[in-house]
Design a protein around this ligand. Sequence first.
Ligand code: ADP
Ligand code: MG
Ligand code: MG
Length: 512
Amino acid sequence: MVYKSYRREPTPEQIAHITTLVKDWSIAHGLAVRPPPALVASESDPHGILATTAPVTLLPSPFPQVCFKQASSVQTAYNGLYASISRDEGFLASIVEEILEVDEFIAELWKVHLKVKGEGYSQKLSLGLFRSDYMVHQDLERPNSTPHIKQVEFNTIASSFGGLSSQTSKLHRYLARTAYGDLVDDTLKDGRNLPENASTETLGSGLRTAFKAYGESAAKHQTCILFVVQDQERNIFDQRHLEYDIEMNSDNVRVFRLPFSRILADTTLESTTRRELLYRPPHSPSEVYEVAVVYFRSAYGPSDYPNKAAWEARLHIERSNAIKCPSILTQLAGAKKVQQVLATPVENPATSILSKFIPDSTTRTSLEETFTNIYPLDQTPAGLSARELALDEEKCKGYVLKPQREGGGNNIYRSAIPGFLRSLPESHWKSYILMEIITPPPVQNLILRNGEVEKGGVICELGVYGTCLWNQETGDVLSNEGGGYLLRTKGDQSEEGGVAAGFGAMDSVWLN
Ligand code: ADP
Ligand code: MG
Ligand code: MG
């Protein structure tokens, strides 16, 4: 059985018609990215004015309603879980210390945390803009069984595509009204089973809540939110949608974009005990803003730290009184190793690590139901038997190997695992986790990428957004919200599905 959202094959004329509508609607509504450098020779775009449509499916993909509900219903529990993990420095230390010696990036992050801890954190509040990612799992031996979701990963830093995702839902709703005709079922055509997607609003509101909680500047400066971004960001409109949402839905919130490499040049720390972070916009040096919230859309991978100054810049922010989204501890809470430690089964579930963070057994079960098997590759009994799986030329085909990295393009899949592991010193293996491959039911769709339509089997990954603002010292949760989703779809021949990494496409769900 292959799932499709169209009832019969669209004709070439229909595909061409829908494609034209998608191209124009996308640009008209900012469902766009900056073009890949290879597509635009610099002489034809010397001023960087060109934008192009984001890769997108021509139709929403069919998605089981029960799975969508399940993913939405666990989001606030996940937010709370990761806030609690971020507050448990001892737990994070035990994980980090295991991989420090072989993972320089994690080691550097930890050093930044320890330095700030040494002098005392100034800001007690911490903000998370999270996205929990899933794939649908269906028992292949029991095709009539109820499908459920399995978590791919939980993102605690730079969780992207919220801005483009709500636009994608609107695009598909528009096409349902104007273009699909009797190509699709009535529940798609009349929009009944196309859920609202408040991803932009959810993330925008999370940032506004933290901004308000920061309070007024003691020195009577105007306060602001700083988006700390990468220098060459192609996915800029995704971020702009959030900025517009924040600035247009409040009277007094200013948002500025600051490239990570400009932190030390454009911001300073007050020499008070609170270490307020001040920002002077280069376009208006006479103005001074006190930064209430730093929102990182960078700083998540080694390539964001090309030199020592970059680490100084991260320390500078971490020391400051601004509310960080995320703090170093929250970033580390999102490490794949943490996910593995939570998911590795223990003999007595009542003593599991998860039970420490989530005492309520009903909530705990609802989270556990989304776990898939993940193993360490260390010297523990679980790690030693996982090593056998990983090195077995047949068994390895059911697994993916992941390092402690974010942003796509870092994993090793299936048959490539044994050779890869053997190429590494054995002492490095423990910084990877081994995860069972989730194989969702086959779906067919059409993807428009760089102006060309690809048709065929696709794999869909659902992300649910959540925001949480908590007091790192007392554990008080000031706000915990879930809302909005991302559906990312890739060709079934591709292992990686990141839209920014160039493999995936924006999509939306047709619930059935
Ligand atoms: P990153 O933090 O780099 O995004 P992910 O864990 O999300 O890392 O892995 C990247 C991609 O690899 C996912 O978007 C998904 O397409 C694929 N992937 C990861 N884990 C699994 C899995 N267990 N089963 C199937 N595909 C997976
Ligand atoms: Mg990630
Ligand atoms: Mg991912």
